[in-house]
Design a protein around this ligand. Structure first.
Ligand code: PEP
Length: 255
């Protein structure tokens, strides 16, 4: 049985004051023993602050990216060791915004996966197709190639300990959500791709859906057999919505 995980991706949003009220509201709304794991992936400058705010709660700390390098002359970068030092459990790797806006290649994403895993962090590795790729019928080929880059750098057993996020690029921040059927089909494909290399890893790996998850669509998505939770952008900035999504992952409704 894979425990569900809901990870919020705050992207480049927040302030000391806003972070405090958001985390306090999520803590107040979400019972500690609610039966799903929750994480918030926050901008690097706020990791220390939010690490303090989530202490003693069921909310884990995560980062949004990392360097593939361990140390050295990489101005502006943050290493896996630094994230671990700050108490991170998770780090998002290869978010589509990193791939498209910052030119991260699949090989670089794989190197970041290895760096995160090596430092004891749990990588949340993102894969997903664009709308033209879906229209062209190449969704599975695109995702296979993104996954295979990780397999080329890390063993499938390591992937089993990580998290994969299926995030169709056309659904991120657009208000267009994949239907549960569309998402389940891709999640099953991803699990089969892992199973072809390592059956135990495929059974263990959590595969999150991301792309305009909200309080209204979360339950139907999370009811699918291969959807193990969500990677949530916009809705993670609104405490009531984020709490409702976490409750949906716990199989509970807000009263
Ligand atoms: C994301 O940033 O990973 C994401 C899925 O964003 P949104 O929920 O806003 O679509």
């Amino acid at each position: 049985m894979r425990p569900k995980l809901v990870a919020g991706n705050w992207k480049m949003n927040g302030s000391l004051a806003a972070n405090r009220s958001l985390v306090e509201a999520v803590r107040a709304g979400f019972p500690a023993a609610a039966g799903c794991e929750v994480a918030v992936c926050v901008p690097a400058p706020y990791l220390q602050q939010v690490g303090g705010l989530v202490q003693g709660s069921a909310i884990a700390l995560g980062a949004q990216t990392l360097s593939e390098h361990a140390a050295g002359a990489y101005t502006g970068e943050t290493s896996a060791g630094m994230l671990a030092d700050l108490g991170c459990r998770y780090v998002i790797v290869g978010h589509s915004e990193r791939r498209t806006l910052f030119g991260e290649t699949s090989a670089q994403v794989a190197a970041k996966f290895v760096a995160a895993d090596g430092a004891g962090l749990v990588p949340i590795v993102c894969v997903g197709e664009t709308w033209p790729e879906r229209e062209a019928g190449t969704t599975e080929a695109v995702i296979a190639s993104q996954l295979d880059a990780v397999f080329a750098a890390a063993s499938a057993s390591r992937l089993g300990l990580a998290v994969i996020a299926y995030e169709p690029v056309w659904a991120i921040g657009t208000g267009k959500t994949a239907t549960p059927q569309q998402a389940q089909a891709v999640h099953a494909f991803i699990r089969a791709r892992v199973a072809a290399r390592d059956a135990a890893a495929a059974a263990a790996v959590r595969i999150l859906y991301g792309g305009s998850v909200n309080a209204g669509n979360a339950s139907a998505l999370f009811a699918c057999p291969d959807i193990d939770g969500g990677l949530v952008g916009g809705a993670s900035l609104k405490a009531a919505d984020f709490v409702a999504i976490c409750m949906a992952a716990s199989g509970r409704e807000l009263t």
